[in-house]
Write a protein that binds this ligand. Structure first.
Ligand SMILES: Cc1ncc(COP(=O)(O)O)c(C=O)c1O
Length: 490
């Protein structure tokens, strides 16, 4: 029998590092088992992270103090670490945890699916699970958004949306309008409409794009009027990575009218702001208008599965892929419509309505906003703005690199640089260290903290968050910075 050994690319490894062949053929490398993985301690995880995942990212974890924490379990609103410490989750995986951690109904449906030995891959045969999930998503979607493409991430859903819009708009209108401070994913296609230098780096992306300021309808009209090759406009309904930015009242109605007038397709990215987060299933529903194409991901997978979806009006979809000849151009990828992911998403949508979580996002989110506005009045020199809707809230601080005493500014500027300009990292790090509360930072605005707690969040959690935040701010910004600096030299 011929044995194919794993190819070696260095002579040194060929000589010394290659494991001996077992009698059965290929030797098993030194692999970590599942139970061993669960039992890894912080030091070993750090080594593996450095060796095989992302050494540079570890730098930020260390600065923020996250590198000392190993999460052992997660339940509802809380992470539980190796010391039994319960961390209140106001980060919510950037909106991926509508149901909190390990919702019992979602766990149960997955367990049953496994025990029944159901099929996973939805390529050869029609999948009852993918079909039912597509039906459910269409039922939650207004205005004839009936056709669903299933993928496994927000980027994939947005790639699908942009491709669909390009085909539906036709070859003479390949250009896409996007907004300043937008975030639509990091894959190569949507990188062209993601407006962050951090992610764009020096990648060569398509130049068939037109950038406009967000929330400026006159700029959109000027762009449409000036360039007949524009076929689509892609916008987050609420900008997440940009720092929780909403357009003024009237913007979306005017956008809809302009799109109709110029025959431009409106693609609404609802990956972060959709799925009930703002108090409606889609954020655009607050404005009484419907886009031509939209996308969901994050909580669509119930916090347990990777599910993304592009949803389009049927006539738009049929233009792009409606014939047998065009149907396979962008049919689902290998992991689109996986069985267990689909049943997870089906159950999650049912839980979303059965537990009234969208209503809870609206009412408890409003309570959170009100309480934060009181804090803004209490600390006018620290908090610059409190904004958002439902459980998608931005807390903007004054740029304290400019307001601190002169002696502290050089230290802050060094740390600020290390934190890649996230001043809010100081506050986030101390909220975690001293109050066991986790919040999210914002890619494009160093002064903004994002609050996107699970939609199961109750008033008692809001009270706990607000009291922690209040207590931290009562130290004053100088003490906060000094505390943070001290934690770095310890
Ligand atoms: C608005 C928006 N679109 C797209 C994406 C990309 O989603 P994913 O990270 O699942 O690829 C994100 C992720 O944060 C997002 O916030």
């Amino acid at each position: 029998m011929t044995v194919m050994a794993k190819p070696d690319h260095t002579s040194a490894r060929t000589m010394a590092g290659t494991p001996a062949l077992s009698p059965a053929g290929i030797a098993k490398p030194e692999l970590i088992g599942v139970e061993q993985a669960k039992a890894l301690d912080v030091a070993r995880i750090t080594d593996l992270f450095k060796a095989h995942l992302n050494p540079g990212q570890l730098h930020f974890m260390k600065l923020l103090g996250f590198h000392k924490i190993k999460i052992e379990r997660a339940e509802g609103m809380f992470y539980i670490d190796q010391n039994g410490r319960k961390i209140l989750d106001f980060f919510g995986g950037f909106g991926s945890l509508a149901f909190g951690h390990n919702h019992p109904r979602i766990l149960d449906v997955r367990r049953r699916f496994q025990e029944e030995k159901r099929q996973e891959i939805a390529i050869a045969f029609m999948s009852q699970y993918a079909a039912a999930l597509a039906h459910n998503i269409a039922k939650c979607s207004p205005g004839g958004l009936d056709m669903v493409f299933l993928g496994s991430s927000g980027s994939e859903a947005m790639e699908a949306a942009v491709k669909l819009a390009e085909r539906a708009a036709g070859p003479k209108r390949p250009k896409v309008v996007y907004a300043e401070n937008s975030f639509h994913g990091k894959t190569k296609g949507v990188l062209a409409i993601t407006d962050g230098q951090l992610y764009r780096a020096d990648f060569k992306v398509t130049d068939n794009v037109v950038r406009v300021p967000f929330a400026d309808i006159e700029a959109v009209e000027r762009a449409f009027r000036a360039d007949p090759e524009i076929g689509a406009i892609v916008l987050e309904t609420v900008q997440g990575g940009g720092g929780i930015i909403q357009a003024p009242a009237g913007y979306w109605q005017r956008l809809r009218a302009l799109c109709d007038q110029y025959g431009v397709l409106w693609v609404a990215d609802e990956v972060q702001c959709g799925y009930g987060r703002t108090g409606r299933f889609y954020a655009f529903e607050h404005y009484g208008v419907v886009p031509d194409v939209t996308a969901l991901a994050k909580s669509l997978g119930g916090g347990k599965a990777a599910v993304g979806a592009m949803i389009a009006r049927r006539d738009v979809y049929m233009k792009a892929y409606g014939t047998p000849k065009t149907a396979m151009i962008h049919a689902m990828a290998t992991f689109g419509g996986m069985g267990e992911a689909c049943v997870t998403a089906i159950e999650a949508l049912n839980v979303l309505y059965d537990e009234g979580l969208i209503d809870n996002a609206a009412s408890t989110g409003d309570y959170l906003l009100q309480r934060l506005r009181v804090l803004k009045d209490k600390y006018p020199k620290i908090i610059r703005d409190v904004r958002g809707r439902g459980f998608m809230i931005g807390l903007e601080f004054h740029d304290f690199s400019q307001t601190l005493p002169m002696v502290l500014r050089p230290v802050v500027s060094v740390l600020d640089d290390k934190l890649k300009g996230s001043l809010s990292g100081f506050i986030g790090a101390l909220l975690l260290r001293d109050y066991d509360v986790l919040v999210a930072f914002t890619e494009y605005n160093r002064n903004v903290i994002r609050l996107e707690p699970p939609l199961i969040c109750q008033r008692e959690h809001v009270d706990r968050f607000v009291e922690s935040f209040d207590s931290l701010l009562s130290r004053g910004i100088v003490a906060i910075v000094k505390d943070f600096v001290k934690s770095q030299v310890r």
